[in-house]
Design a protein around this ligand. Structure first.
Ligand SMILES: Cc1ncc(COP(=O)(O)O)c(C=O)c1O
Length: 418
């Protein structure tokens, strides 16, 4: 009998592993269905605007790739990725002052797989790891499956607060933390970029306390103003670096990479064998041809101009519509703005009202470890996908929902209830 649409009793509930009990589904993934409704303006997903890719060129590249290398592309491949793909990634990394050989990296199924492989390789239940707070919710999902004790460090407009990091580390002591995970450039969800001074301090602390640093850098090339700040990996060869084509080309090709010291890479490769044997060679062939044969830098520059206009539209709308009690970050690149509202606004509760008002966002609590009860008065809003007019309208709709909450709060205060 078809059960679609019915809620089915879970008769397997006592069989699931403990790691599944502590896992949460991603608020963003859950919102995908709602976001596809035509009356909704979505500020929730971090989707690159692939509508602006030259699809004719991409299809030519894909057809050419299959014709030329279909036999290899459709076969099982090397677990670590195709040599040609690794050579291409080495060339791309030169732009960021990272000088490596193909043997220093493994191609992964998106940077997301690298997060899972790292967690599987390093985390025993109860191990302490450190992330920014808030942090990328997909990283929290990948890590929490292995049941770590996640400590979060707040950021400001200069990125992770290294003074707070130092306080946490001095409490924990050397070699007690498995790794520090950071998205230093155009952070997800914060949009902030770690200053060079903080980067140097982070690396100093990591060395002093003998802690591995994982730098996740999907947005590094998506800068629309200001000067680039060197990657952590370019400052320290022991940093594990994660890259991806998802935001600079297309996430559908699921092609990312991890650069790591060779002993770590060996372990990751072993773990990867058990996960997927190898990534999609066909996707890698398409990636090689796209970056090898199309004017991808111009395509990206054209997209960056659009992202900048959208960022401007969002910041202007926030200024115009949001209440004076709200604060938000001012990203110089990437996809996201992080908004902090007064403590009595509960963004997880607000989401269903916002959906009725025709707008979605990511409630802030999803960007903190489960059960930490942080971020409930914050939200991540993305400016990457919608046009400026739609962004303005979305922010206006959101402001009305927030205003209702503020009015209620003020009424309670006036009535002496609070
Ligand atoms: C910080 C961060 N890391 C990793 C990923 C995953 O990227 P990929 O598509 O390469 O798996 C994302 C995607 O949004 C991200 O924002």
């Amino acid at each position: 009998m078809a059960t679609s649409g019915l809620i089915q009793f879970d008769e397997w509930a006592d069989l699931y592993a403990r790691r599944v009990e502590v896992m949460r589904t991603s608020a963003v993934r859950d919102l995908f269905a709602a976001a596809s409704r035509s009356d909704i303006i979505s500020l929730s997903g971090g989707m690159p605007d692939i509508r602006r890719l030259p699809l004719e060129q991409v299809s030519e590249v894909a057809a050419h790739a299959v014709r030329q290398e279909g036999v290899a592309g459709l076969q099982y491949g090397d677990t670590t990725g195709r040599t040609q793909t690794k050579e291409l990634i080495c060339r791309l990394m030169e732009d960021l002052d990272i000088h490596i050989l193909p043997e220093d990296l493994t191609v992964t199924t998106g940077a997301q797989q690298a997060l899972d492989l790292l967690a599987k390789t390093f985390i025993n239940p109860g191990d302490v790891i450190i992330t920014e707070g808030p942090t990328y919710l997909g990283a929290l999902q990948a890590f929490s499956a292995y049941q770590p004790d996640i400590r979060t460090i707040a950021f400001d407009e200069e990125g992770m607060r290294t003074d707070l990091l130092e306080a946490t580390l001095s409490e924990l002591g050397p070699r007690t933390v498995k790794f520090i995970y950071t998205v230093p450039t155009f952070q997800n969800p914060g949009g902030v970029t770690m200053s060079l001074a903080r980067r140097r301090r982070l690396l100093e602390l990591a060395r002093a306390y003998e802690i591995l640093v994982i730098e996740d850098d999907p947005y590094g090339r998506l800068r629309f103003e200001g000067e680039p700040v060197p990657c952590l990996r370019s400052l320290d060869r022991e940093v594990v670096y994660l890259g991806t084509v998802s935001k600079m080309f297309a996430p559908g090709l699921r092609t990312g990479w991890v650069i790591a010291p060779r002993p770590i890479l060996q372990k990751l490769n072993m773990v990867k064998q058990g996960t997927d044997l190898c990534g999609s060679a066909l996707c890698q062939v398409i990636v090689e041809h796209y970056f090898g044969e199309t004017p991808w830098r111009e395509t990206l520059a054209d997209m960056m101009e659009k992202y900048r206009q959208r960022r401007d539209a969002m910041l202007e709308a926030l200024e115009e519509f949001f209440p004076p009690e709200a604060t938000w970050t001012h990203p110089a690149g990437g996809f996201f703005v992080w908004v902090t509202l007064p403590p009595y606004v509960d963004t997880p509760q607000m989401l269903s009202v916002a959906l009725d008002a025709g707008v979605t966002f990511v409630p802030g609590d999803g960007c903190y470890p489960a059960g930490s009860n942080q971020g409930r008065n914050a939200m991540r809003i993305a400016f990457c996908y919608e046009e400026p007019e739609a962004l303005r309208e979305a922010v206006r709709r959101l402001s009305l929902v927030i205003e209702e909450r503020l009015a209620l709060y003020r009424a309670f205060i006036a009535a002496g209830v609070l």
